[in-house]
Design a protein around this ligand. Structure first.
Ligand SMILES: Cc1cc2nc3c(=O)[nH]c(=O)nc-3n(C[C@H](O)[C@H](O)[C@H](O)COP(=O)(O)OP(=O)(O)OC[C@H]3O[C@@H](n4cnc5c(N)ncnc54)[C@H](O)[C@@H]3O)c2cc1C
Length: 222
């Protein structure tokens, strides 16, 4: 089942991330954290589906995607850079492993923030941000997606880790066992993990060494 949708707006969120708003088709139902397969409704691209997460909230009248682009791969995200309001996309079935189960620590790498953006926006709307924390790993400050919004949402519970930049108030390096040890609040909370596979593997190994129950890890590889 493919839903045809029109782009309402398309803008740069960071130097290499697009925010795309599209019409919401009647009957399309999703929950925060879920994704859909997106196709560009243009000759030569209708069979090239790629998964992207909804960063809008289910009760909003539009859909939003927040998409890191890779012009060098000459794939779908490179094509998205050419699109304008009024152009069409096709959306397929809805899926995704990530859903909110309870308070915990969200660990994201780069575009892996998108399911957590949706979940945290929903929690804020419901006044339930509580003690949730976010550890967000990026190369530099310019790569941090929606930094101001996340800071407003989480305050001191928002920890940025930068691998290629040293700045006051930002952890320097990659996510480490020492950092996780400091941040993991207790055995009763969840760990939400999303990012590129090498980062996911490294963090999962660290969580394993810290004896985090795998049943408490909610994850999806990008
Ligand atoms: C469930 C899920 C949800 C996701 N949600 C989001 C989201 O909300 N936002 C977001 O930004 N991303 C998200 N992603 C990741 C996103 O799907 C990919 O970034 C996207 O598919 C890339 O598409 P592309 O066509 O531009 O490039 P690709 O399909 O990755 O690559 C096109 C071609 O480039 C070559 N190539 C592939 N990798 C490399 C590389 N590392 N270096 C050089 N060449 C390469 C290959 O020949 C490949 O065929 C999600 C992924 C999953 C699994």
């Amino acid at each position: 089942m493919k839903y045809p949708v029109k782009i309402r707006s398309i803008e740069q969120v960071t130097h290499n991330v697009l925010g795309i708003q599209v019409d919401k088709p009647e009957g399309l139902v999703y929950s925060p954290g879920q994704a859909t397969e997106v196709f560009i409704d243009k000759d030569g691209w209708r069979e090239e589906g790629r998964p992207f997460t909804f960063t809008s909230l289910p009760d909003e009248g539009h859909l939003e995607f927040t998409i890191k682009t890779y012009p060098e791969r000459k794939g779908v995200t490179a094509q998205l850079l050419e699109l304008q309001p009024g152009d069409g996309l096709l959306l397929n079935d809805i899926f995704g492993e990530i859903a909110y189960k309870g308070e915990g620590v969200f660990i994201a790498g780069g575009a892996g923030i998108t399911p957590f953006l949706a979940i945290l926006r929903q929690l804020k709307k419901e006044g339930r941000v509580g003690a949730n924390r976010l550890v967000f790993a990026n190369k530099g400050k310019k790569d941090i997606i929606h930094e101001a919004e996340l800071r407003g949402l989480l305050g001191a519970q928002f920890i940025n880790v930068l691998s290629e930049e040293q700045l006051p108030g930002y952890e320097q390096g990659v996510i480490s066992e020492t950092l996780l040890k400091r941040l993991l609040p207790g055995a009763e909370t969840y760990i939400y993990l999303c990012g590129p596979p090498p980062m996911m593997d490294a963090v999962e190994q660290q969580l394993n060494r810290l004896h985090v129950d795998p049943a408490r890890i909610v994850k999806e590889g990008f």
